[in-house]
Design a binder for this molecule. Structure first.
Ligand code: MTE
Ligand code: HPA
Ligand code: MOS
Length: 753
C-alpha cells in the first residue's frame, strides 16, 4: 500500500506551517539573539529598532505577561534573557513588525551592552567546576572493580562524540491566531502539541484550555521539535495575544541553527575487562554529557545513555556514571536515539581497544558477548529473546561476510608484511544494535485515539501522533482500514490537535505507532462491538459471529450482503454511537530510579549492520562502499516505510559519525551554524551499496499487530562506518574521536594523532 503523502511530497504540493497564506494584517516576529556566549547584560538599546517603519512593538523579558519560563523537566530555562546571557544565540528581544523584512531590519539595529565572561564549552571542564544540571547518576550491576582486578585483559581509554544538527527540511515554525475571549489557536511545527500548549499557557498566563495547538505534519523533526518547538510557539503566541492579530514566527535556517539545540556531544572514560577467551567481565564508564546552558531534555537523554551503556552485549559487572554538564552553548536536546548512540559509540570504541590489547579480533569479541535470552541488562531487565544473535548470524550467511572480511584481511597482511601500503586502504566493521522501546519516562507511555465513522462509511481518525515523514499516519490508516475491513482510501488521518486529543505524549521514542496505533485499534474494536451487537439483534445471532472484510459484513465465513456503508447507515438510524475514544498505556512497565532497576522497556529492537569503507590515505577522504543490514522488525505494518526508516536512519548515523561537525570559537561563537559551513550527508555520501534484509518471522506480542518500532534504532548502525574507516586508514591507535572527518583523518594519517 503506497503512502499517499509520498505523491504530494514529490509533486511539491504538501503544505507546511509557512506554506499557508498569511494575512497582510498579521505580525512577523524576528528575534534578537545574544552575540556572546556568557555575560552580564548591562543594557539594551532598541530605540533605533523601534523607529523602523512597520515595527509594531518589541518585547523583552519584563513584558512577558505570564512566567518567563519554558523549562520542561527542570524549570531552568527563560524564554527571553534577563540580566544574564548563557549562550550565543540566546533570545534577548522579540521584534514584531508588519513585514518580516522590517522585523529583521529592526532586530539588526538593536544594541546590547554585555560584560563578557569566559564561557565553559567543554563538559569535562564543567564537571571539574561542578557545573551540573542535576546530580550525577550511577547504574551498577555486580562488582566491576573486583572483576577488573581479576581480568586477563583490561582496555582503558577515552571516547568522544560530537554534536549533530537536526537539519529538518522545514525549520522551526509557528503561526498563532487569536480568537474571541482571548483564546489562541496555534499551527505549530512540533512533535509535542501538548508540550507547546503547556508552555504557551505558562508564558501567556492563560489556562491550557484557551490554547489550541494543531499540527498537520512536519517536514522532519528527528527529536529537534520534541522540546524545542515550544519557544517559537511562545513568541508567536505572545505577538498574537498582545496585538489581537495573527502572528508568524518562522526561523530562517541560520537563526534556527544558531539558536536551537543539537545532539549532545559526549566525552567519556571507559574500562573494559575481559577474560583470556575474550568474554567480557566488567565495564566501567564515566560519561560527561555536554548539556548546554539549560536542562531541556538532557537528564532524560542521560538516563537512556545509562540504559544502553553496554550496547548489544552482555557484561556481568557494570559501573556506569553519567553527568549532565552545564556549558555555554545552546541547550542540547533529543536527537534520534536519545543518548543511546553516544553510549553505543563508547562501548564499540572499548571493544576496538580491547581488540588491540588482547589481539582478539573485534568481530570475535562482539559475537562472543552478544546478548542472548536471559542475559541481564544493567537496569535489571533480561533479554527476552536471541534475536540480536540471529540478526548477526543471518548477516554472516546472507552477505557472505567471512569471505569478504578475509579478502580485506589478506590485503592488509600483505601490506604489513611487505611494508608497502597502497594509497587506497580498505576496512570493515560490524555494528550490532539493540535498542529499548518505550519512553524511558514511564508516564509518557500512553496515547489516545478518537475515531468518527460518518454516515457514508468514511472514517476520520485523530490521535496524538504527529506525522513527520516517518509514515505514522499511513501506518495508523492501514491499522484502521484493516480493522474495519475497508480500503485505506476511506480513512482520513486528521491533524493532531490538542482540542480533539488531549494530553498527548510527544511523538518520540520511536513509539508513535506502538502507542497511538494501539489506541486507534482499540477505538475500532469499540465501534465494531457496537455494530456487531446491533446486527446480532437484527439477525438473532451472537455478536462474535460477525466480522468485517472487503468492505462488508461477514458472518461465519459468508457475506451478509450488507456493505460497510449500509451497515453504518442502518446503525446510525438505530441510534448506535459511531464514534469512539480509546486510551492505551503500555502494560507492565516500571522503573525504580532510586536503584536504577526495573522494566523500562516493552521490548528491544535489534539488528546488525556490516560496513566496508575505502580510504584515500593521501587525502584523508573516504567512501562507504557497502552497508549490509539484517534488521528485526517483527511483522511490519508497512515494509516500504520501514525500509525507508532503516536506510534513512543509517545514513543519518553515518553523517553524525563521519562528517557533521559543530565548531565554536574559543569564546563560544558557533562557526558552523549555516547550511554552507555545516557538512550534511547527501546522496553522494550515502553508502554506494545498501542492502537491508528483515529477520523473517516473527510476531512481536508487545506491539500493535505484531510490529516493532523502527524510527530510531537504525541510526546507530552508522557507528560502524566510523570503525570501518578507521580500519581502512590503518590508524590502529587509541584515538576514538568522532566525527571522523577527512580533516581529522588526514591529521591522524600524518601525525598519528
Ligand atoms: N523519519 C523522518 N522521515 N523524519 C523524522 O523527523 N524522526 C525520527 C524517526 N524517523 C523522523 C523519522 C525520530 S527521532 C523518532 S523518535 C521517530 O521517527 C518518531 O516517530 P515514530 O514514533 O512514529 O517512529
Ligand atoms: N525518547 C524520546 N523522548 C523521551 C524519552 C525517550 O526515551 N523519554 C522522555 N522523552
Ligand atoms: Mo525521537 S529523538 O525520540 O524524537
Amino acid at each position: 500500500m503506497i503512502n499517499p503523502d509520498t505523491t504530494y511530497h514529490v509533486m511539491g504540493l504538501t503544505r507546511y506551517v509557512d506554506d499557508r497564506d498569511f494575512p497582510a494584517r498579521g505580525l512577523h516576529c524576528v528575534l534578537f539573539f545574544s552575540p556572546v556566549a556568557r555575560g552580564e547584560v548591562r543594557g539594551l538599546d532598541a530605540c533605533a529598532a523601534r523607529k523602523v517603519p512597520g515595527v509594531a512593538f518589541i518585547l523583552t523579558a519584563e513584558d512577558i505577561p505570564g512566567e518567563n519560563q519554558i523549562g520542561g523537566i527542570i524549570e531552568d530555562e527563560v524564554l527571553l534573557a534577563g540580566d544574564e546571557v548563557a549562550f550565543a544565540g540566546m533570545p534577548v528581544a522579540a521584534v514584531y513588525a508588519w513585514t518580516e523584512a522590517a522585523a529583521r531590519e529592526a532586530a539588526g539595529l538593536i544594541k546590547i551592552d554585555i560584560a563578557e565572561d569566559t564561557p565553559v564549552l567543554d563538559p569535562r571542564e564543567a564537571w571539574n567546576r561542578n557545573e551540573l544540571i542535576a546530580p550525577a547518576r550511577t547504574f551498577t550491576l555486580g562488582d566491576a572493580d573486583a572483576a577488573i582486578a581479576a581480568a586477563a585483559y583490561v582496555a582503558e581509554g577515552r571516547a568522544e562524540s560530537g554534536a549533530q544538527e537536526h537539519f529538518y527540511l522545514e525549520g522551526q515554525a509557528c503561526v498563532a491566531t487569536p480568537s474571541e475571549e482571548g483564546n489562541i489557536h496555534l499551527s505549530s511545527a512540533t512533535q509535542a502539541p501538548a508540550s507547546v500548549q503547556r508552555a504557551v499557557a505558562t508564558v501567556c498566563g492563560l489556562p491550557m484550555n484557551r490554547i489550541e495547538v494543531d499540527v498537520r505534519r512536519l517536514g522532519g523533526a528527528f527529536g529537534g521539535k520534541e522540546a524545542q518547538a515550544n519557544a517559537w510557539a511562545c513568541f508567536a503566541a505572545l505577538g498574537a495575544q498582545k496585538s489581537g492579530v495573527p502572528c508568524r514566527m518562522v526561523l530562517r535556517r541560520s537563526d534556527d541553527m544558531l539558536a536551537t539545540g543539537k545532539r549532545h556531544p559526549y566525552a567519556s572514560d571507559f574500562t573494559l575487562a575481559l577474560d583470556g577467551d575474550g568474554k567480557f567481565l566488567a565495564f566501567k564508564v564515566m560519561y560527561y554529557q555536554n548539556a548546554g546552558a539549560a536542562a531541556d531534555l538532557s537528564t532524560s537523554v542521560l538516563e537512556r545513555t545509562l540504559f544502553h551503556a553496554t550496547a548489544s552485549y552482555y557484561v556481568p559487572a557494570v559501573h556506569a556514571t553519567a553527568a549532565s554538564c552545564r556549558t555555554n552553548i545552546t541547550p542540547n536536546t533529543a536527537f534520534r536515539g536519545f543518548g543511546a548512540p553516544q553510549a553505543m559509540f563508547v562501548f564499540e570504541a572499548a571493544i576496538r581497544e580491547a581488540s588491540r590489547v588482547s589481539g582478539i579480533s573485534a568481530e570475535t569479541l562482539q559475537r562472543k558477548n552478544l546478548l542472548k535470552t536471559g542475559d541481564t541488562f544493567v537496569y535489571g531487565m533480561a533479554a527476552e529473546n536471541d534475536r540480536a544473535q540471529r540478526c548477526w548470524d543471518k548477516a554472516y550467511t546472507c552477505y557472505d561476510l567471512t569471505k569478504r572480511m578475509r579478502a580485506i584481511d589478506e590485503v592488509r597482511k600483505r601490506e604489513k608484511d611487505t611494508g608497502k601500503a597502497s594509497r587506497y586502504g580498505r576496512g570493515y566493521a560490524l555494528m550490532p544494535v539493540c535498542f529499548g522501546i518505550s519512553f524511558s519516562t514511564i508516564f509518557l507511555n500512553q496515547a489516545r485515539a478518537h475515531i468518527h465513522v460518518y454516515t457514508d462509511g468514511s472514517v476520520g481518525v485523530s490521535t496524538g501522533a504527529v506525522e513527520m515523514g516517518q509514515g505514522v499516519n499511513h501506518k495508523i490508516r492501514e491499522i484502521v482500514a484493516e480493522s474495519l475491513g475497508i480500503a485505506p482510501g476511506q480513512v482520513k488521518l486528521e491533524s493532531t490537535n490538542t482540542t480533539r486529543v488531549s494530553n498527548t505524549s510527544p511523538t518520540a521514542a520511536s513509539s508513535a505507532t506502538d502507542l497511538n496505533g494501539a489506541a486507534a485499534l482499540m477505538a475500532c474494536e469499540m465501534i465494531k462491538a457496537r455494530l456487531f451487537k446491533f446486527m446480532a439483534g437484527e439477525y438473532q445471532c451472537a455478536s462474535r459471529d460477525f466480522y468485517l472484510e472487503k468492505g462488508g459484513l461477514y458472518r461465519k465465513g459468508s457475506a451478509c450482503g450488507v456493505s460497510w456503508a449500509e451497515l453504518v447507515g442502518q446503525a446510525y438510524l438505530s441510534r448506535v454511537q459511531l464514534s469512539a475514544e480509546a486510551h492505551y498505556s503500555t502494560p507492565d512497565l516500571h522503573f525504580d530510579t532510586s536503584v536504577g532497576k526495573g522494566r523500562p522497556f516493552a521490548y528491544h529492537t535489534c539488528g546488525t549492520a556490516y560496513f566496508e569503507a575505502e580510504v584515500d590515505r593521501l587525502l584523508g577522504t573516504y567512501r562507504i562502499e557497502k552497508a549490509y543490514v539484517v534488521h528485526d522488525l517483527g511483522r511490519s505494518i508497512n515494509p516500504l516505510i520501514d525500509l525507508g526508516q532503516v536506510e534513512g536512519g543509517m545514513v543519518q548515523g553515518i553523517g553524525w559519525m563521519t562528517m557533521e561537525e559543530m565548531r565554536y570559537t574559543d569564546t563560544g561563537k558557533p562557526l558552523t551554524a549555516t547550511g554552507g559551513t555545516y557538512k550534511m550527508p547527501d546522496i553522494f555520501s550515502a553508502p554506494l551499496e545498501m542492502q537491508v534484509k528483515f529477520l523473517a518471522d516473527d510476531y512481536n506480542h508487545k506491539a500493535v499487530k505484531g510490529s516493532k518500532a523502527v524510527g530510531e534504532p537504525p541510526l546507530m548502525y552508522g557507528i560502524g562506518a566510523f570503525f570501518a574507516i578507521k580500519m581502512a586508514a590503518g590508524c590502529e591507535n587509541a584515538v576514538y574521536c568522532a566525527p571522523m572527518t577527512p580533516e581529522r583523518l588526514m591529521g591522524q594519517l600524518r601525525d598519528g594523532d
